[in-house]
Design a binder for this molecule. Structure first.
Ligand SMILES: [Zn+2]
Length: 60
């Protein structure tokens, strides 16, 4: 399920408030923080972005 148009523009990383970008992999859609030194990846579940630091995947 794609994200609603325009939604991405109003979302920001809750950890550092940088903009997010969509990253579609084979099975999952994630919102990846573009902030330098942050890079947390937030899951999107059923089209709803889960912008919780506790739920985010940390960059390797
Ligand atoms: Zn961030």
């Amino acid at each position: 399920m794609p994200l609603e148009a325009g939604l991405l523009e109003i979302l920001a990383c809750p950890a550092c408030h940088a903009p997010l970008r969509e990253e579609q992999s084979t099975e999952t859609l994630e919102l990846v923080c573009t902030g330098e030194g942050c890079g947390l990846a937030y899951p999107v579940r059923d089209g709803i972005p889960v912008l919780l630091v506790d739920e985010a995947r940390r960059p390797a």
